[in-house]
Write a protein that binds this ligand. Structure first.
Ligand code: GDP
Length: 260
């Protein structure tokens, strides 16, 4: 065999191997679980708002709390995840912006919690300190809390509030899933660079964490977030019986998220 023929032959042998390893990267079980989790997340219903830990819904079952500085994209993310345009608005009604807002996910023992936003300039300092104390109380003492989803605008990560939340989570060994939001604002290369940098910084803090890119605008990372939520909220195979996969709309059929 001539040299050029040999190299062609080697290439031909390599090609299918590359293809196989690419296919292996797609985990159909994970995708299926994400779709199933999305189905349950879309059953979200507003339960109640509480100004302090003592007035929260009964501390049973599982809950995941969403936190972020105001304007980080928290309401948009919750609306996208639950496919309900108005859901997170319930937390933005007058009087509720500084409350702990509870949503059931088809079962009152599996909840999504929308924590008060942070950074409302118009609020007096003394009031901010009271809210901060309530937030800390909730994060430290809530037994059903399985983890925190911390949202940070990819262009302004790890601000004072974010570090404070991470410290509280660390002190309680609470799992934190970080969303670098509005990922559509950066190209893929720079977005991945920020992802890597933040990951390295957080590793140094010895946190129990995971991190991903997210965009409510074009739904980057929606399945990944749904899988993490499902795992932490203990979405089980027993609940699978209720799933109707035909009811899941394709991404292109979904409404555009609110206010974007
Ligand atoms: P919250 O204060 O954290 O609840 O933030 P919102 O969800 O209200 O979003 C704040 C602003 O960011 C709004 O103008 C949204 O339209 C915008 N926004 C939210 N998510 C995204 C996103 O994924 N991409 C882009 N480009 N804008 C977003």
């Amino acid at each position: 065999m001539r040299r050029s023929e040999k190299s062609k032959d080697t290439k031909a042998k390599l090609a299918p191997k590359e293809k196989i390893s690419y296919e292996k990267k797609i985990d159909p079980a994970l995708t299926n679980y994400a779709v199933q989790s999305l189905t349950l997340l879309r059953k979200a219903e507003f339960l109640m708002s509480a100004p302090k830990l003592g007035l929260c819904v009964e501390d049973t079952g599982y809950e995941i709390a969403f936190a972020g500085r105001s304007n980080a994209g928290k309401s948009s993310a919750i609306n996208t995840l639950t496919n309900q345009k108005q859901l997170a608005r319930a937390s933005k009604r007058p009087g509720r912006t500084q409350m702990i807002n509870f949503f059931s996910l088809g079962n009152p023992d599996q909840r999504l919690v929308d924590l008060p936003g942070y950074g409302y300039a118009a609020v007096p300092e003394a009031m901010k300190i009271v809210w901060q104390k309530e937030l800390e109380n909730y994060l430290i003492h809530r037994q059903s809390l399985q983890g925190l989803v911390l949202l940070m605008d990819i262009r302004h990560p790890l601000q004072h509030f974010d570090l404070m939340m991470l410290e509280w989570a660390h002190s309680r060994h609470l799992f934190v899933h970080i969303l670098l939001t509005k990922a559509d604002k950066l190209n893929r290369g720079p977005a991945n660079k920020v992802l890597l940098e933040i990951k390295q910084q957080l590793k140094k803090m010895k946190l129990d964490f995971s991190i991903q890119l997210f965009s409510s605008l074009n739904r980057i990372g929606l399945e990944e977030l749904a899988s993490v939520m499902g795992g932490r909220l203990n979405f089980t195979l027993a609940q699978e019986a209720e799933f109707d996969l035909d009811q899941i709309p394709e991404a292109s059929e979904l409404d555009e998220p609110d206010q974007i």
